[in-house]
Design a protein around this ligand. Sequence first.
Ligand code: UGY
Ligand code: MN
Length: 369
Amino acid sequence: MKTGASASSSQQSSTHRTRRIIEKKKKKETTVTTTTTERRRRRRSIAKTTKTIGFFAIHFCVISLTLWWCWCSALVKVSAVTMTTKSPYHGVSSDQSKYAELAFANVPGFTRSKLKPDYAMIAHESRVYGGLFGWENTNGAYVVSPGMNKATILMTMVSMNTKAKSHLPLPGAWRFAFVLDGKCSIRYKDEDAEAEATKEGLTAGEYFYFPMNTEHEIYTDSDNQCELVMYEAFTKPKLNGKPDEFPTGQKVIVGETDSLPNIETPGEIFRLKKLLPQTLEYDVNFHVMDFAPGETLNVKELHHPQHGLVILEGQGIYRLNDDFMPVQQGDVIYMSPWVTQWYGALGKNRTRYLISKDTYRDPLRDSNP
Ligand code: UGY
Ligand code: MN
């Protein structure tokens, strides 16, 4: 039997235990609550960090993409600027850097250039530039002249620096020039208007013809250089006229190659444009001929008129008498009368060449040959 004291002490200890249990429970509950809050807080902080990282990552990507795009378009712009100064005919001009890349330039003493009794092949690497008599700020390389076989034409690669000026050809000689690259202008006496005419900013593919004794000037301004291929020759006496009678009615011609229509070439595949009028008073014409790779001249030509030719674009094989010559952009060929001639275009791109052709002349009278 329990005494009162012992009963009270047992009651006390039971109360104490109960309190401890309650306290423990409370503590546990508090711990659980604390852990949940802590987890929530951590989760919130992780979410916040992820959000911040995401925000910065997206901005970083957007900024990087924008910078990359700007850089690319700047590059395109830079190359566009560089490209606009280089026409498709750029390699025909005096820029040696392009040719330094080509294998033949590295073969000492080797050249495809050749002077034969009836034709000449002047490859780009054989040109020699020097001053042109009377011209200012200009260099030139004669590539065809009466000094070679039976040529009666003078063909010059003209390299005009800024602020350049031409000099007149000899009295009695016509002059034709085709712009290869850069920009030049011309002024001349317009017979019809009896005034001075000016054409400014002529670029690649544009050309001009001055009949004999036309007062004129070819010039560049202080911002532009210009590359030309120029032809000159004495005008031949009038067809069916007296030996000292010269054709009348020739005009200054200024034109642009690609705006001219193609002319029918029955039996042939190539595309042909004639740059001067095909009328009796002109004793010469200039043809631009285009061949897709694989296309050829169909006629194996053998004829009286002489030719002065420059390859403006592309590459292929030119047959000259019994020689089959590999040719490419920038090569010049002179063909005397009665040279067997044929061309086959090769490579990946079209061939375009410019070729002079004597026309409306009486072969009986023609001093050539
Ligand atoms: O008209 C011509 O004589 C021109 N077809 N010749 C040539 O391309 N060699
Ligand atoms: Mn021909």
